[in-house]
Structures are given as C-alpha cells and as structure tokens.
Design a protein around this ligand. Structure first.
Ligand code: C2E
Ligand code: MG
Ligand code: MG
Length: 835
C-alpha cells in the first residue's frame, strides 16, 4: 500500500470558492453544478471557512429567506489545512484525530492546492483487500427511515437533520421505494424548489444489494451507478437498510488504520535498525585500515574511503567518477584482468595479490578482494573492492627469502638458489635446444691470504671477487657462492663451448688484476672447471660433479687456468685426486670434527679416559668415517697438517674439560705411520702441549705395531723422546701386525690396545680367546696395561672380567660422541655398572 504517496498527488485540484456574503442559494448552485461536496469561503485570498453538503442540513427551510442567508453565517471555520507533502498514511491518521472529512491542501507558501477528503485517502489505499473480507450486513447499522412521498422538501430536510441521516427512503404511491439524499437537497436548494412533494424529486428506483453480498460487490454497484447510497434487502427481498459509500469506508477504516499504524511502526523500526547499520557501516568505511572503493555498474568510482587516499595517494575528489584503471601498474597482462573479470562474473567475487601504482608513480603490492553487488533483479549495481597494502609483508618475505637463498657476505645466491637456477636453466635450455655451461671456480691459495692477512681481509677479498665475477657475465647468468672461496657460474644461451672458454678467459684475466684492499695489494688467481649441457650430461647433479672434477684438473695443471670436463676425469685415479683436494679444503674450511669415546676401568667401571676419533663433516655426504679418507690423507701427506690439527684440538679440548671441573682424564690420540715418521712430530707434540697447557701425562699417543716395527731403531728413539716429555704411549690394534716380541720389550710403551678382532669369538677354548689371554699374560709380564677395544656385548665384557684385563672401550659403553655429548656423559657421572 502506498502510505508514502504525498496527498498533493490525490487531491481534487478544482477548488470551488465564493466570498463570505454569497447567498446560500448561490453557493448551493455552484456546488451542484460542479458536483462538489464542499465550497470554500474566501475573503480576498483569505480562507474564512468551508460549507459542505452536510452543513446544508442545518438550514431551517421554514424561514422565508433561509436561502438568501450569506454563507458566512452557516459555514464551518476555521478550516483545517494539510501540507501537500503530507503522506497519505499520515493524513489518514490526522482525519481520525481531527474528526473532519475535508482538508484544504496547501504548499510551502500557504497557497491552496486543492481539497482532500477522507474517502480520497482511504480509496487510494487499495481497499480491495478489506472489502472482500466483509459482507454488506456487517456495515448495516439502523433500519432505514421511510418518509411518505408526499412530504414537502423542507420537512424532509428537517427530518433528515433530526434523525441525523444523510438520506431518507421515500415511499412512492404504490409502495415502491425512492431515495432523497443531502446532495439532492443542495441540488434542490440551487433550483429553489423547496415546496414540492419529495416523491417527484427523489431518485427512483432505489438501487439495492442483498445483505449477504460482499462489500466488494456493493462498492462495484456504487461506482457503476455513480451513486452514493444503496438499499439493502433482506432474505425476502424486503428493504432492511441503506448503506453509503462512507459506511463502507468507515467499516474498513478501523482495520485500515490499524494496519497502517502497524506498518508504520514496523517501518520505523526497520528504519532505525537500518539507520544504525548505515551509521555503523559508514564508521567502518571511514576508519578502516583497508582501502575501500565502490564503483557503479559501469565500473566508475562512486565512493572511496580515507584509507584509499592514504594508500593510493588519490584524493576523494580525484577518484570519484574515475575508472579504477588509474591504479594500474602495468605489471599484469590483459589475460590477468580477463581472468579476474571472469571470476567476478561467475562467482561474484575475486581475491588475490595485485601490483598497483600510487599517484606518485610508486608500484606497490596489495591484497585485493572484489565483490559484485546485484539488485533484486540480478543486475549488477556495484563493485566493491577492499584492499590492503602488503608492501611491508612482501618486503619481510623477500628479506627472509633473500636470507635463505643468498650468501650473507657477498649477497650472491647460495648453494640452494644456485641449484634452483641450474635446474631452471636446464629446463629452459631443453625447451630452446640451447647450450648451458656450468663453471666451478676456486681461488688458488686463498687459505694463505686468510692465514697471512686475517679473516677480515679474506672476507673483503671474497666480496671483491664476487663483484668482479658478476661483472664478467651477462644479465641472465648466475654467479653463486657455494661457501669458502668456491664460486659457480651458470652461463645460459651459449652458441658453442668457445663462448664458455671466452668467458673463462675473461674471468681469469679480471680476477688476476691486483686487488687493493685496506691499502694492501693482493694477488689472487682462480682455477676454473667447466661442464656443458647437453654435451657432458643432461642433469644437474652430474654436471656439478663434472665441473668440480674439471676444476681439480685445473688445479693439477698448475692452477690459474680453466679446464673443460673430459670423461677420463671420472676415472678412479682422478676421483682420488679430487677427494684429496676436497680433503685439503675440508681442513681449511673446518669441516673436520673430533668425536670422543670413553675408556672404562674394568673393575671400577669408571671413565678413565677417552680416544679422539676423527670425522669429516662433508657438506654433501654428511659424517664421513676416517677409513674413507685417512688412507688418502696418508698418501698425499695431508695427514701431517690434519694430524697436527687433531692433536691440537684434542689437547685443547681435554684441557678445557679439566678447567670446567671434570676429573683429570687421559686423552688418546691416534698417530698414523706417515705422521709418526715425520721429522717434526716430537716438536709438534711439545709445541701443542705448551700451547694448550695440558699436562703431558694426560695425553696418550696411539701408534700401531707396524709403524713401530718398520724402522724399529728410529722408532724406539722417537718414542723415547716422547716418553721423556711425559707423554704416555700405547700400541694400537695389537695382534694384527707382525710384532716382534723382542722389539716390543725395547719400546717404551705404557699400554697395549688389543684389537677388537680378538673379541669375535670369546667362547671357552676358542683360538681368539687363547690369543687374547696370551697377550694379557705377556703384557702383565712386561708391566704393560691392557686396553681391550670393541666391546659390544655383555658376554665379551664377562670374558674380559674373567681375565682381569685392565681397561675396556666399545659400543657396549658408548659410541664415540661429539664433544657436547661427551661432556654431558661426564657430567652425568655415569658409572658403567651394568649389574
Ligand atoms: P682405532 O684407533 O682402532 O679406533 C677404534 C675404532 O673402533 C673406531 O673406529 C671406533 O669407532 C671403533 N669402535 C669403537 N667401539 C667399537 C665397538 O664396540 N665395535 C666396533 N665394531 N667398533 C668400535 P673409527 O672411529 O671408524 O676409526 C677407525 C680408525 O681410523 C681408527 O682405529 C684409527 O686407526 C683411525 N683414526 C681415527 N681417528 C684418527 C685420527 O685422528 N688420526 C689418525 N691417524 N687415525 C685415526
Ligand atoms: Mg686408536
Ligand atoms: Mg684400534
């Protein structure tokens, strides 16, 4: 229902008016001619009063000059007015409150626009709903007032006034019914026919409706016949009442007004709720940290919030009416935007990361959510975009990513990123049918510079090397630092191997130029190994291995040169060579570590000492056992510097543990053949003991019987020198070599370490058991301590206890442990009492 319609839309614009002195007769004529139910009384432009059909009934027609009376004497005054903008709903309530049937409608300046009646208002509200629910009977109030047709009009009007009816049923000569209404009276007044009998003037016949008919039916009769009264007939067709259009309206008016009030109340509530929501939404819009942009269906910006301005730099005024494309960064292709629109079309929403451009030209990343707003018909009315500037998050991500994939010193890609790039380069080359070269590059004698000028200088040299290297390659190529002084270069899109050679020569040249660092002039040369895709391999791993091998070849060939990989570089001999080189670098790069295995007194079960055992913490292979590299270290002579490192590290460690308050224990260090033979061994031991401040009695050197026997006399001399220093000596792996018992007597050793092989079969009467027992007995005679290695089981231990053998070592007690774990073992004060 259109409660919201303003009354100016339903009013009667034709205003009938007359001056106050107008005689009633004249006023009635005007009303009758115009078919109006009222007339305004105007004095100039002043509204003085109103005279209505109803008012006409108050006239006493018996007075001779009744109709000459000026209208101002009988009019109603003052006249109630209503503003034209008043809604129909409100007007309906006002009619009820003011109990009037007419309002003069005025505009802002008080001008009269027309008249609106109560019927106008109710009729305009689509009363069908109400009239269908009720029957005529429900509005019927009183029986009709019959008057004889012979009654004079004046009498009839008087009667009408007395009984307060607006119509009378007039009985015709044959008993038939006619009707006389207020309107008829006005009409008659205007024609000055006040004295005739009313049958003549009555409307005949009386149109009637059955009492059980619906009001809807009655209403149809009213409008079809242009009448305002209907007779109502009973079951036998007798006339039982009169109803007017006003009765219908009055009967539904109550329902209507109630309905109206309810509707208005509901709407007010809804309005206040939505008002609240609106205010809330506005507040969110204004204070949101996220930028918000609303466009119309043509994607023209309709509103933006303050955060939008903060993020994009565009003021509200600049944004309104513009297209969101003012923010385009140019970083996304049309395909990207097409997909976005397709998603919006399909699901009504899109989310993602997008690069946009601020007003100042700066490009920034944002997280953007767009949703489509559709009306009830399903047509798009708006697009709402909400976004956050994720520059800071992106930067943090980039930083973390950079840290994870770059070398902190030079800023070059690290091993992980190098492998990623290599993979990428190979895929790309595969698609393009191109050639890729992989270079491994190592600085010759870098350790020397580090040792001579210090690590800080070494670092500067690496940074400068990185800078020069990067200058030698094209943009798409990758220079990485794998660690230490080892660099790699990936060269992409090569036409031939010659291209790689050319760049290798350039690198050799550029890096050989003197570097002036902190006023020092340094010279460094690289050795370069090159492998090629697809010639040498199609896969990253072999390419890396081959380039590495080629680099050792370059080192072998006198350094400061480059070598292409050749298949013979994969021969065993070459691999050994490469391993040797790697081992040399392992020492330089601190890849070597010592683990410690406790020695336990067989009777007290307390830790009496430990053996230092060497491991190589290989970057790719993990912990490498000594058997894999000690032989090579021996052959290449590398065992001398490595052995010195072991000695120094083990002594320093033992000293530190003693300082940390652990019990004074003896540290056993293995000495290999080549190391033992080295002329400087005694000096080195003395120097290390001095350096570390370790009591010589807390160091035990383990040599094998083979070493001792080889140059027995010389060995005896050397051992005597060490002995004199206070160092303890033991013979390792005893029983596996060809010991000459006579010599053994001459060696100034303190203990024998029985090799673990003799523990394999400890059953009663076995050969192993016999030998082990013999060694024990012999050792006792020579006053040597016996240490049994490789005790793995309780049975082996029980066998040894039976032999009263002095000290034991083996997995049964503990595996060799890294220093922290060994310290924890000591701290726990564990006594290996197994019972
Ligand atoms: P080794 O001096 O005879 O050392 C004892 C070896 O037996 C160690 O092997 C040790 O881990 C292992 N072992 C200990 N308990 C048990 C056990 O219960 N069962 C078995 N099956 N094995 C046990 P690792 O550490 O692999 O060392 C092997 C050899 O490498 C050593 O034999 C030694 O000759 C040599 N070596 C180790 N470190 C050095 C070092 O710093 N310098 C030199 N020159 N040689 C070393
Ligand atoms: Mg040993
Ligand atoms: Mg041994």
């Amino acid at each position: 229902m259109s409660y919201d319609l303003p009354v100016e839309r339903i009013l009667h614009p034709r205003l009938l008016s007359c001056p106050p002195e107008t005689p009633l007769r004249e006023a009635a004529r005007l009303m009758s001619d115009a078919r109006c139910s009222s007339i305004l009384v105007m004095e100039g432009s002043q509204l003085r009063g109103i005279w209505t059909e109803r008012d006409a009934l108050t006239i006493d027609f018996s007075l001779p000059d009744a109709l000459d009376m000026p209208i101002s004497r009988v009019m109603s005054s003052p006249v109630k007015t209503l503003h034209g903008g008043t809604t129909v709903g409100e007007a309906a309530l006002r009619f009820k409150l003011d109990s009037v049937r007419h309002y003069v409608v005025v505009n802002d300046s008080g001008e009269h626009l027309g008249i609106v009646t109560q019927s106008d208002v109710v009729q305009n509200q689509g009363v069908e709903y109400f009239v269908q629910l009720r029957d005529v009977n429900s509005v019927l109030r009183e029986p009709p007032i019959w008057v004889p047709g012979t009654l004079p009009l004046g009498e009839a009007a008087k009667r009408m006034r007395e009984v307060r009816r607006d119509a009378l049923v007039v009985e015709g000569p044959d008993g038939e019914a006619g009707i006389l209404t207020e309107r008829d009276i006005i009409r008659l007044i205007s024609r000055e026919r006040l004295d005739g009998a009313i049958w003549e003037m009555a409307s005949k016949p009386l149109v009637s409706v059955a009492a059980e008919s619906s009001l809807y039916h009655a209403r149809t009769l009213f409008s079809e016949n242009h009448i305002r009264h209907l007779g109502v007939t009973g079951p036998a067709g007798e006339l039982i009442g009169l109803i007017t259009y006003g009765d219908i309206l009055a009967s539904i008016e109550h329902d209507y007004v109630q309905e109206l009030q309810k509707a208005l109340r509901e709407r007010e509530q809804q309005l206040s709720v939505s008002n609240h929501n609106l205010k809330l939404a506005q507040k969110v819009f204004d204070t949101s940290a996220e930028g918000i942009m609303v466009t119309d269906e043509h994607v023209c910006i309709e509103s933006v919030n303050p955060a939008f301005t903060r993020i994009t730099g565009y003021e509200i005024g600049e944004a309104l009416g513009a297209k969101p494309s003012i923010l385009k960064s140019g970083r996304h292709n049309s395909h990207f935007y097409r997909e976005m629109w397709a998603a919006l079309e399909l699901s009504g929403a899109w989310q993602g990361e997008i690069w946009n451009r601020r007003k100042n030209g700066e490009i920034y990343p944002e997280w953007l959510s767009i949703s489509t707003v559709r009306n009830q018909e399903g047509h798009v009315t708006n697009y709402v975009a909400i976004f956050t500037d994720i520059t800071a998050r992106k930067e943090a991500e980039d930083r973390v990513h950079h840290l994870a994939y770059h070398d902190a010193l030079t800023g070059l890609p690290n091993r992980s990123l190098f492998l990623e790039h290599l993979d990428h380069a190979l895929h790309h080359a595969h698609r393009q049918g191109a050639m890729v070269a992989l270079m491994f590059l190592d600085l010759d004698r870098f350790k020397l510079i580090n040792d001579t000028f210090g690590h800080a200088m070494g670092d500067k040299l690496l940074v400068e090397t990185a800078r020069r290297l990067a200058g030698c390659v094209r943009e798409g190529d990758t220079v990485s630092r794998l660690g230490g002084d080892e660099f790699t270069v990936i060269l992409e899109d090569l036409r031939s191997a010659d291209d790689a050679a050319l760049i290798a020569r350039k690198i050799l040249d550029v890096l050989s130029q003197p570097m002036v660092l902190d006023g020092q002039e340094l010279f460094i040369t690289p050795s370069i190994g090159i492998s090629l895709y697809p010639t040498d391999s199609l896969y990253p791993e072999p390419l890396v291995k081959n380039a590495d091998a080629a680099m050792y070849q370059a080192k072998e060939r006198g350094r400061h040169n480059y070598q292409f990989y050749t298949p013979d570089m994969n021969s065993r001999a070459f691999e050994r060579l490469a391993l040797e080189n790697k081992l040399r670098r392992a020492l330089e790069r601190n890849e070597l570590v010592l683990h410690y295995q406790p020695r336990v007194d067989i009777n007290s079960r307390q830790v009496t000492g430990m053996e230092a055992l060497l491991r190589w913490n290989h970057p790719e292979r993990g912990l490498v056992p000594p058997s894999d590299f000690i032989p090579i270290a021996e052959e290449s002579g590398l065992i001398v510097p490595i052995g010195e490192w072991v000695l120094r590290t083990a002594c320093a460690q033992n000293k530190r543990w003693q300082e940390d308050g652990f019990p004074k224990l003896c540290m056993a260090v293995n000495i290999s053949a080549r190391q033992f033979k080295h002329s400087k061994l005694v000096d080195t031991v003395r120097q290390v003991l001095e350096e570390t401040g370790l009591d010589p009695a807390d160091l035990e050197l383990e040599i094998t019987e083979t070493i001792a026997m080889e140059h027995a006399e010389e060995s005896v001399k050397k051992l005597a020198e060490l002995k004199a220093m206070g160092v303890r000596l033991s013979m390792d792996d005893f029983g596996t070599g060809h010991s000459s018992l006579s010599y053994l007597k001459q060696f100034p050793i303190d203990s024998l370490k029985i090799d673990k092989s003799f523990l394999q079969d400890t059953s009663q009467g076995s050969k192993d058991a016999a030998i082990a027992q013999a060694i024990s007995t012999m050792a006792e005679r020579l006053q040597l301590k016996v240490i049994t290695e490789g005790v793995e089981t309780q049975e082996q231990l029980a066998f040894l206890v039976g032999n009263k053998s002095g000290e034991v070592q083996g997995y049964y007690f503990s595996h060799p442990l890294p220093p922290e774990e060994f310290a924890a073992l000591l701290r726990s004060g564990k006594i290996f009492d197994q019972d």
